[in-house]
Design a binder for this molecule. Sequence first.
Ligand code: FMN
Length: 215
Amino acid sequence: MDALEALMTTRAMRRFTTDDVSDEMVATCLRAAQQAPSGGNVQALQYVVVRAPEVKAAVAAAYLAAWDRYERVLGAPPSFRTPDDEASWRRTKAASDHLAHHLDDVPIIVLFLLPVIPWTPSDDEGPIDIGPLYASAYPAVQNFCVAARALGLGTTVTTVIRCETEAVRDAVGFPEGWEIVALVPVGRPSGRFGLARRKPVEALTHWDRWGQKRR
Ligand SMILES: Cc1cc2nc3c(=O)[nH]c(=O)nc-3n(C[C@H](O)[C@H](O)[C@H](O)COP(=O)(O)O)c2cc1C
């Protein structure tokens, strides 16, 4: 598949068939993740591929607890710009809820783990903001998702699980000093890939100076 087509049609897929995903396919996506850039080429990420039913069940239970907690405080926006925006918000919420209640059935869950390491250097003037370590994680997560798309697999970047980190640590046994930066379900999507709704990029792009737009 053409790289641009894979990029443009990678979107959150939260409903999956029960078709299996081979270890080789997962390995291909992980190789793509590992090729992503990282600050100073630190390559700090590690990955946990969860396939075993009992481990998956424990991770899925933690995810559901995290989602339930988040959903209780996730009110609808006070207003929507258009009926389409409202419909889209409701679809996303329903799909997120579906994922939370069916994560157990997804063939593969991949955890992206980052060590908690000192990252901000200092000099005589104080800390030097060179960007957060997290910035070195998400290019890999997205590479993984785009590679999966190219193989016909659906994924969603999720982070709500962070509020249940300890339950996941227990389930998969990752050590203290590591944190979850993403949990990505992987499966054959039951829906179709396509171009997701987005704000028009022209309206958000400034040329040379803030406020100078080209339409
Ligand atoms: C940093 C990040 C965190 C996210 N966390 C969650 C999550 O916890 N649960 C979930 O269902 N979706 C999560 N998403 C998916 C977004 O809701 C989704 O990418 C967005 O609604 C756009 O979806 P679309 O590409 O299908 O239009 C997350 C996405 C990102 C980039």
